[in-house]
Ligand binder design. Structure first.
Ligand SMILES: [Zn+2]
Length: 107
């Protein structure tokens, strides 16, 4: 019997391919326990001041039409910085990690 694939390792490989830094990956891993699944396409990620969060929770939604994740921090941050964030935030990263881990659990 072959050893099951490590979802954390798979996540790291995926993020590195997308050009994410190791500190990005580290923050996503720290957020993993803060992810709460609301529905198949919605998650709540608790905010942590130690990770630079302004709010106590963030809502991540999967937009099925666009095939993309959206996070509530991306609209909130426009108040603070004039430019829009195009890149993925660590809340979305944590949700992706969460879904990879829970998928491998059910295999
Ligand atoms: Zn976010």
């Amino acid at each position: 019997m072959s050893k099951p694939k490590d979802p954390i390792k798979e996540f790291e490989d995926k993020m590195i391919k997308e050009g994410k830094s190791l500190s990005f990956i580290k923050r996503c891993k720290r957020r993993l326990r803060d992810v709460v699944e609301v529905s198949k396409t919605m998650w709540i990620v608790r905010g942590r001041a130690s990770l630079g969060d302004w709010y106590s929770m963030y809502i991540v939604v999967y937009d099925e039409n666009r095939g993309k994740f959206r996070c509530s921090c991306q609209s909130l941050e426009r108040h603070y910085s004039g430019r829009r964030r195009k890149s993925m935030c660590t809340h979305v990263g944590a949700v992706i990690l969460y879904s990879m881990v829970s998928k491998s659990d059910s295999d």
